[in-house]
Design a protein around this ligand. Structure first.
Ligand code: HEM
Ligand code: HEM
Length: 182
């Protein structure tokens, strides 16, 4: 009781400022990361990690770190009371949010594995990170190939999540968006 009222003084129905900052920072980073993924040249054997590819490799680990910080913050501070609604929709939102958290860790890790098998070095804001697979590793390559596929699965989940947000905003008009916005 003490714990939650400290962080959500106003009836505990909204996400705190830090949780909202994390949410919208990840949205912006993902817009950038998907745009780069589609604009960057096709990657073949021997492609150099330069230009837009280098940007994709730089923003990816940033997304992974922000997601880790965000999960840490969430488990420390908690979440507001669930939004009152239909039981199956509450379950669906829990599942979607849970999958988004898990897959937004797995997705960058697979990209990192893919990069490592190509012999590309990865860094976080200039700090070099270790390789997750040895160059040319077949297991690493097979795992890394799932990166692009998973990116589209995550995009589908995001589509579902955003549709649900607009359904609440425009159809149900129940103020759900305000929990995460402004
Ligand atoms: C959540 C973060 C990320 C998203 C949404 C994302 C998205 C994508 C997408 C959609 C593609 C496919 C591009 C295409 O179809 O042509 C791709 C390719 C790729 N990404 Fe990511 N990526 C992320 C993080 C990372 C990270 C962290 C790394 C490496 C450190 C990385 C490395 C790569 C590589 C090497 C490819 C080329 C794969 C290939 O063609 O074999 N990505 N990414
Ligand atoms: C890249 C896209 C997005 C991702 C990955 C994402 C991810 C998430 C996650 C994981 C949560 C759960 C937060 C928690 O309980 O810790 C959440 C909540 C929420 N998101 Fe997003 N989101 C995205 C885009 C959007 C957009 C565009 C909107 C609005 C149009 C939005 C509106 C909301 C709202 C209102 C909540 C709170 C839901 C509730 O309280 O039940 N999100 N989002």
């Amino acid at each position: 009781m003490q714990h939650s009222s400290e962080h959500f003084p106003a009836h505990n129905t909204r996400y705190g400022a830090v949780a909202r900052l994390f949410h919208w920072a990840v949205v912006l980073l993902l817009v950038g990361e998907y745009s780069l993924a589609w604009l960057m040249p096709d990657i073949h054997k021997g492609t150099q990690p330069a230009g837009l590819i280098a940007w994709h490799l730089a923003i990816g680990p940033l997304i992974l770190s922000v997601m880790l910080l965000r999960l840490g913050w969430r488990s420390a501070v908690g979440t507001p009371e669930p939004h009152p609604g239909v039981a199956w929709q509450e379950l669906a939102s829990k599942l979607t949010h849970g999958l988004l958290y898990v897959l937004l860790l797995v997705l960058p890790l697979l990209g990192w594995i893919n990069a490592s098998t190509r012999g590309w070095s990865i860094s976080l804001l200039g700090i070099p990170l270790p390789a997750l697979a040895s160059q040319g590793s077949t297991v690493g390559r097979d795992l890394g190939e799932w990166h692009s596929t998973l990116a589209y699965i995550v995009l589908g989940l995001i589509g579902l999540h955003v549709s649900a947000a607009f359904y609440h905003h425009w159809v149900r008009k129940d103020g759900l968006l305000a929990r995460m916005w402004g």
